[in-house]
Write a protein that binds this ligand. Sequence first.
Ligand code: SAH
Length: 342
Amino acid sequence: MNKIVRKIEKQHNLSLEELVLLIGNDCYDKDLFEAADRVRQKYVGDGVHLRGLIEFSNVCSRSCFYCGLRCENRNVNRYSLGADEIISLAGRAKELGYKTVVLQSGESSVYSVDKMVYILREIKKFDLAITLSIGEKSYEEYKQFKNAGADRFLLRIETTDTAIYKALHPDMDFSNRVKCLRNLKKLGYEVGTGCLIGLPSQTPLSLARDLLFFREIGADMIGLGPFIPNPDTPLSLERGGTFEMARKVMALVRLLMPDINIPATTAMETLSPDGRILALQSGANVVMPNVTDFVHKKYYNLYPGKSGADVPAAFAKRALEEKIEKIGRFVSEDFGFRKKNI
Ligand code: SAH
């Protein structure tokens, strides 16, 4: 095995230059996937945590160039579920055996703080862990959501390359996104972040810096996905990311941060049949199946061909469980909080 791969597996640390070398060459990939699988097994075990994803609104006031929900996109049927619909989907997730629900939406002010607090309090009565993924809010708002029962928050940095960040988010401010992550940490959330792989102009150096950022910010969870061009966005003609590159960066995350939670993402499954299972065998230990109702999940079009959009939630969960068992793993029975182990 290559010396650098051995080093990252043992020391969970590499220099920026070494990371660039691994990212820029595919000859190390197989060794990296296997090393990440061993480190996953050693630090977080064979349990796979399932989180039920509820995409509760696709209304968005942002203009992110890669995202199909961007406010300029007129080809989207916009929806915002009512509080009781969201609560009832969470109840359904509980019935299906989930221990966590992830409430995700575009970034908007459709839901007042009081309404979100009501939704969180009601869902908490089901004894579920709650992850929010609703974008940038103030410290005060994050605090109220935390007090109402939110346990975790997902806010991808998307890229730490500030030139790319600026080009793709003309109306946003990189430093505010970092500040949000720090505020969430301060408030005691389990914090998830991550990036898109294969954005225009992204280089191995940008990705290596993303990796070091994840560690520096103290992330408890890292979600990575290949960028998949959406025809209704300004990036429609771009090439997008590959499954293999996303899988490799994910394996590197596991090797650098051995005890965190890492999802096998839907975007990975979209680009490769059984992409999620391959991801679970290359460092991942979490899957977030969609539990949004049929009518709405087809309108939550971040990118085309989103995997699982046409499968009923109960059926998808059973099929996934079977696949997980087939690779010698099991569905975890606990809430799946990060167990600090390093
Ligand atoms: N509004 C929330 C949730 C964003 S949607 C927020 O700001 O955090 C969840 C994730 O989908 C985004 O963080 C982004 O990384 C991903 N995404 C958006 N468009 C995508 C595309 N075209 N291909 C792959 N992933 C995409």
